[in-house]
Structures are given as structure tokens and as C-alpha cells.
Design a protein around this ligand. Structure first.
Ligand SMILES: [Zn+2]
Length: 170
């Protein structure tokens, strides 16, 4: 089977995959749906923080501004392969790839947060507001700690992906 056929069958049964534990090609593609319920609204920490910066302690009450309780339900689909012969279950490579991509995007996000922190510090120095300086430095340190953690996670996922790919691809 050539590459083209493999691509055409990506959402169906890709015959070029095999079970990582028994090498069987008798695989079933399954989708699991995870429902996440999130409640947002209520007291907003960020609004309260901004209010505190500009208005002092009373500004903390700003966290209650424009509050409306909202419940969001999101469905997360996860894809797996299940071996019909030995029952071995392993994640679809596409899902792993997506996870890696998400983490890479998060890493990019951390970079821009870091720039924002520096701007905060500079602003704090300019208007001589120590709270801004402390917050900015605190956040900057936090992002600096976050970067290697994210990088390590990406590396782990990538090797997990490579390992699985090697085992299941024929
Ligand atoms: Zn198997």
C-alpha cells in the first residue's frame, strides 16, 4: 500500500498500523468522548488585580464587576486503536501529534507573557511604583521556570510519539 492510500484511510482503518504488543493488524479505531464542565464567571481575579493596581485595596471589589455565572460544556475527543486479538489499546498518533503542537503553542505564549512582564517592570520603574516592579519580576521568574518544564514535556511527548510510531508502523 502506498502513502496516498494510507492518507485516504486516515480516519478509517489504516491497514499499515500494527499492534505494538502482538503485531496483529486486526485493529479497531475507537473514539472516546470526555465531557468537561467548566464554570466561569463569579469573582474575577484579574479584574480584581487590575482594580487593586489602579484604585488600591478598594479596587479588589472590581473583581465583582460584570459577573455572570456561566457554565460551559466542552467535548474532548480522544482517539485510540484497540487490538482485536490481544486487547492492547494505544493512542492514535494524530492525537499525540496534536498534544505536542498544543504544548509548542503554549511555549510560544510563554514568550509573549515574558515580554509583558518586562514591560510591567519598566513601567514600574518609570512611574516608580514598587508593586508593579515586584509583580513584573515575579511573573518573569515564573515564566523563566515554566519554559524548561514545558520544553521537557515536549521532549517526553516527542520521544513517546517516536517510540510508538516505530512500534506500530509497518
Ligand atoms: Zn495485539
Amino acid at each position: 500500500m502506498n502513502e496516498f492510500n494510507n492518507r485516504k484511510q486516515q480516519n478509517g482503518e489504516t491497514k499499515r498500523l500494527k499492534c505494538p504488543s502482538c503485531n496483529s493488524t486486526n485493529l479497531q479505531y475507537v473514539t472516546e468522548t470526555e465531557t468537561k464542565v467548566e464554570t466561569s464567571g463569579g469573582y474575577s481575579g484579574s479584574k480584581g488585580f487590575l482594580g487593586y493596581l489602579f484604585l488600591g485595596p478598594f479596587g479588589l471589589l472590581c473583581g465583582n464587576c460584570g459577573k455572570s455565572q456561566k457554565t460551559t460544556v466542552t467535548d474532548e475527543h480522544k482517539h485510540f486503536w484497540v487490538c482485536s486479538d490481544c486487547g492492547c489499546k494505544f493512542p492514535a498518533l494524530e492525537d499525540l501529534e496534536l498534544e505536542i503542537q498544543k504544548k509548542k503553542n503554549a511555549l510560544k505564549g510563554v514568550g509573549s507573557i515574558f515580554v509583558c512582564c518586562l514591560i510591567l517592570v519598566i513601567m514600574g520603574i518609570l512611574i516608580d511604583y514598587s508593586l508593579l516592579k515586584i509583580m513584573g519580576i515575579g511573573c518573569a521568574i515564573f515564566t523563566v521556570i515554566l519554559v524548561p518544564l514545558l520544553k521537557r514535556e515536549i521532549k517526553t511527548k516527542e520521544s513517546e510519539y517516536a517510540e510508538l510510531e516505530q512500534k506500530v508502523k509497518m
